[in-house]
Design a protein around this ligand. Structure first.
Ligand SMILES: Cc1ncc(COP(=O)(O)O)c(C=O)c1O
Length: 364
């Protein structure tokens, strides 16, 4: 399997002249970490949707050292600040969890200090991983009526005013975010599966989706690029609402996606995504993260509606272990469903016959 050529990737992310692999300092460490990063698995699940057999390919980004696709993003963001970075510099970033874990591991490997600004929705499992890796966590300042994301960003501004030497990685506006996925995630997928009809990709900052689209539009122009978001998110505009999933969605329009052409956007109800995760885990043994459930539900919905769509890739940002206290926990489900204002459709799976899993819809 072709793996990323690490010095080349890091060099292109930094945007300077050729760099040598195995060098000292931050850049050398990033080259080593990128070279050691695994090719994440791409696994095929055959499903019967609306009476037709279909192939769903799961690109399992959770099978990576820091447990999510944000490991790639973190390497890219860190490479982009290599020129201003000094040994012992302090990095600061806002995170809903996964990016903070990846950055904490990277900062530790590179000898950097790291402050992560988080909010109250941070899953406990991710909080423990970040602090265990030596990151300093700062809770977002309280501000009634202001979104969690905006509170985190305002807190970063306050910290930067007090500490002008800190380096902010800024996943929301840093072009290294989409570029990492353009240069790395998407080409890797194409080495595994050169030809597929559609890619379903979840959105938070929009970096993954923008990067995937930039690569696939050129390298596989017939591939449909579908953005997946949750109801209540305003990453694509629209009306803000209560969101219960972490990782997917945002409370502001994605700047990375402003110039990206998409073939479709699917807005998935969070309970549809959660129901999909739980049913899929029971039927197939794949325990996916919540956003992967949203992506899979969107893919199945499109396959049911469009009989020409026979084969698609679902980019799965992380796995379910992080969410064992939430979406895979019956008490949490009971509690949160108290806020549910309507019944929603959700995919149901099984039985499996001859390696094909039946996908139907139920309401819950
Ligand atoms: C857990 C998780 N990680 C990463 C992503 C991709 O995020 P971004 O749009 O910031 O690249 C998502 C989006 O769905 C997600 O849910």
């Amino acid at each position: 399997m072709t793996q990323v050529h690490a010095p080349d990737l890091v060099e292109r992310l930094i945007g300077t002249g050729p760099i040598a692999a195995g060098g000292a300092g931050l850049v050398g460490e990033l080259c080593r970490l990128a070279a050691a990063y695994p090719v994440t698995p791409l696994e095929r699940v055959d499903v019967e949707v609306a009476g037709r057999r279909r192939a769903v390919w799961l690109k399992l980004e959770g099978n990576s050292p820091w447990g999510s696709i944000k490991g790639r993003t973190a390497i890219g963001l860190l490479a982009s600040v290599a020129e201003v970075y000094q040994p012992g510099s302090r990095l600061v970033e806002s995170s809903s969890g996964n990016l903070g874990v990846a950055l904490a591991a990277l900062a530790r490997a590179c000898g950097a200090q790291l402050t992560v600004v988080v909010d109250e929705r941070l899953p406990a499992a991710l909080r423990h991983r970040m602090t265990g890796l030596g990151a300093d966590l700062v809770g977002a300042d309280q501000a009634p009526g202001v979104s969690d994301l905006q509170r985190r960003l305002d807190t970063i501004q306050r910290l930067l005013r007090a500490h002008p030497d800190w380096i902010w990685l800024d996943q929301y506006d840093n072009p290294a975010n989409p570029r990492t996925h353009q240069l790395w995630t998407a080409p890797e997928l194409l080495t595994q599966l050169p030809d597929f009809q559609a890619a379903f990709v979840g959105v938070s900052t929009g970096g993954t989706l923008a990067g995937m689209a930039a690569c696939l539009h050129r390298a596989a122009p017939a591939t449909r690029i579908v953005g997946v978001d949750v109801e209540g998110s305003t990453a694509f505009g629209g009306t803000a609402g209560r969101r219960i999933l972490t990782g997917i969605g945002a409370s502001r329009v994605s700047t990375h996606l402003l110039t990206t052409t998409l073939d479709a956007v699917c807005l998935v109800n969070s309970w549809t995504a959660i129901g999909c995760c739980r049913a899929f885990a029971e039927a197939t043994g794949y325990v996916l993260g919540g956003s992967s459930g949203a992506v899979l539900a969107a893919c199945l919905q499109e396959m049911a509606a469009d009989e020409e769509l026979v084969e698609a890739v679902c980019l799965c940002p992380d796995l379910g272990l992080t969410y064992r206290d939430t979406i895979y926990n019956d008490q949490w489900i009971e509690r949160e469903r108290g806020f549910l204002d309507r019944v929603v459709p959700s995919p149901q799976f099984g039985p499996s016959r001859n390696g094909v899993t039946l996908a139907t819809w139920r309401t819950w």
